[in-house]
Design a protein around this ligand. Structure first.
Ligand code: NAI
Ligand code: MG
Length: 505
């Protein structure tokens, strides 16, 4: 007997719920505890990158909406939120984490559809990442301290330094990890006692809207968390230049990072920038290749390369180069590229047609400049914004594909022969304007540490790979940004120091 019984798709009911939830009236913005349309009445559409299908209409914020959100955040900062005790702030942040956990399947599906994340990753990485960020950051609410300082005139003064919240924080998030990054930004701001106006990317607003609903359910006072959905050049620019915003935290492109710096000059607001990279992976001949090869492959192909710390340049020692490149190319061919709702899919689409054109344009530029396409190299036929996992070999430092952030599943490989010269290897690693991350694979632990010391990169992994850890500072040298998120440095970036001295004489 052939089994004709339709397989029960566990996502089926959730898809119905998703459509019911998002296909009706345009999603609104959260301002001062209320859900509002844009004052202009304008909306925009967000799509599913796996199909190009329109998912939802969303309110498009303009200057007036940003003004209202900032005013609400200011009122809450000076008023209700300033009276909430640190342990209550921690409880609220943890409560939000609990609600994200309780609604994890729904949030994972939103992220899969709106961002193009394969479903097998969205529950673990997006939802899991959001929860671990909030739980880690909640701990800081009760642990931030000022200090008592013995100053230059002992006995004559009592001096102490207060650590105060910086005020109203504007937070601008990109489209690659919207939920986890929103929580990674909200957590430290709220822990430090700031209030927030949060803007998700126009490609991926839906999980942030849902996050706003959960924040209200968690019990945050009105105006503590405000959400404005809209475009960068309107809503984002209005937030970055706003005279009553005390700090901007931004993750995205270097170009927009520069625009944020320009806009922030209006009132010298504090700025933290996480601007991506062109991170090197070094594989030495003595490395454990059974680990290094899959890690290097997933380091660039995971999330179709749309990861700030993606290992997009590979420096591999000549004597193992063929073996390593064959191994990575083999994975490129084998990894399942497909619809994001298919539980077997490993590689999903790029977020938009704009990014598809950008990434395929880079592959073509590499070919024109003389690189060889070892595997991949093109768009996948059919609907959605899919690019094949691609390995470019024979790349040179002068090529655009070796210097610029492609933000797609494109690895640029280069062979090295002198494995003893840490200075020379570090110069190769440091040859771009970026300095976000690096990976080193070798059993020569002295070389690993020598190279790590010489590399200009904010995050370096030796003989292992891993994602963002909320306890570790994240950020970059050079054009990869300003400041650090996460860890102590991340939460302290939402504070100001105030030195107070009392004369004892
Ligand atoms: P983008 O930097 O323009 O967008 C990121 C966020 O900034 C979005 O929320 C956007 O609305 C906002 N934004 C845009 N212009 C703004 C402005 N003038 N003022 C204030 N906010 C503004 O990045 P885009 O155009 O989406 O992607 C282009 C490239 O940027 C990618 O190919 C990639 O190389 C890089 N990128 C890096 C990311 C990272 O994780 N470091 C994330 C996203 C993009
Ligand atoms: Mg979308």
């Amino acid at each position: 007997m052939t089994d004709q019984t339709p397989i029960e798709n566990p996502l089926h009911g959730r898809m119905e719920a998703f459509r019911t939830r998002w296909s009706g009236a345009p999603a609104k913005m959260l301002v001062g505890g209320e859900w509002r349309e844009a004052q202009s009445g304008e909306t925009f559409t967000t799509e599913d990158p796996a199909t190009g299908e329109q998912l939802a209409e969303v309110a498009s914020a303009g200057q007036a909406d940003v003004d209202a959100a900032v005013a609400a955040a200011r009122t809450a900062f000076e008023g209700s939120w300033s009276k909430v005790k640190p342990d209550e702030r921690a409880r609220l942040i943890n409560k939000l984490a609990d609600l994200i956990e309780a609604n994890g399947d729904e949030l994972a599906l939103i992220e899969t559809l709106d961002v193009g994340r394969p479903i097998q990753f969205s529950r673990m990485m997006d939802v899991g990442g959001a929860i671990s960020q909030l739980r880690y950051q909640a701990g800081w609410a009760t642990k931030l301290q000022g200090e008592t300082n013995e100053i230059s005139a002992p006995g004559e003064w009592l001096s102490y330094v207060l650590r105060e919240p910086v005020g109203v924080a504007g937070q601008i998030v990109p489209w690659n990890f919207p939920l986890a990054m929103a929580c990674g930004k909200l957590g430290p701001a709220l822990a430090a006692g700031c209030t927030v106006v949060l803007k998700p990317a126009e490609q991926t607003p839906l999980s942030t809207v849902r996050l706003g609903e959960l924040a209200l359910e968690a019990g945050f006072p009105e105006g503590v968390i405000n959400i404005v959905t809209g475009f960068g050049r309107t809503a984002g620019a209005a937030l970055a230049s706003h005279m009553d915003v005390d700090k901007i935290a931004f993750t995205g492109s270097t170009q927009t990072g520069r625009a944020i710096i320009d806009a922030s000059k209006s009132n010298f607001k504090r700025v933290s920038l996480e601007l991506g990279g062109k991170s090197p992976t070094f594989i030495f001949a003595d490395a454990d290749l059974s680990k290094a090869i899959p890690a290097a492959a997933m380091g660039i192909f995971f999330n179709a390369g749309q990861v700030c710390a993606a290992g997009s340049r590979l420096f591999v020692q000549e004597s193992v180069a063929d073996q390593v490149l064959e191994g990575i190319a083999g994975m490129a061919r084998m990894l399942r590229v497909g619809h994001t709702l298919d539980p077997e899919t490993v590689i999903g689409p790029l977020v938009s047609e704009v990014q598809l054109d950008r990434v395929t344009g880079y592959i073509e530029s590499g070919r024109v400049e003389g690189a060889t396409i070892m595997v991949g190299g093109g768009r996948r036929d059919g609907q959605g914004w899919f690019v094949e996992p691609t390995v470019l070999v024979d790349t040179e430092a002068s090529m655009a594909v070796r210097r610029e952030e492609i933000f797609g599943p494109v690895l640029c490989a280069h062979r090295f022969s002198d494995a003893e010269d840490a200075d020379r290897l570090a110069r190769m690693g440091n040859e771009t304007e970026f300095g976000l991350a690096a990976s080193i694979w070798t059993r020569d632990i002295t070389m690993a540490h020598k190279l790590a010391r010489r590399l200009k990169a904010g995050t370096i992994r030796i003989n292992g790979s891993g994602g963002v850890d909320p306890a570790l500072p994240l950020g970059g040298f050079k054009s990869s940004g300003w400041g650090r998120e996460n860890g102590r440095a991340g939460v302290e970036a939402y504070t100001e120091l105030k030195a107070i001295s009392v004369a004892l004489g």
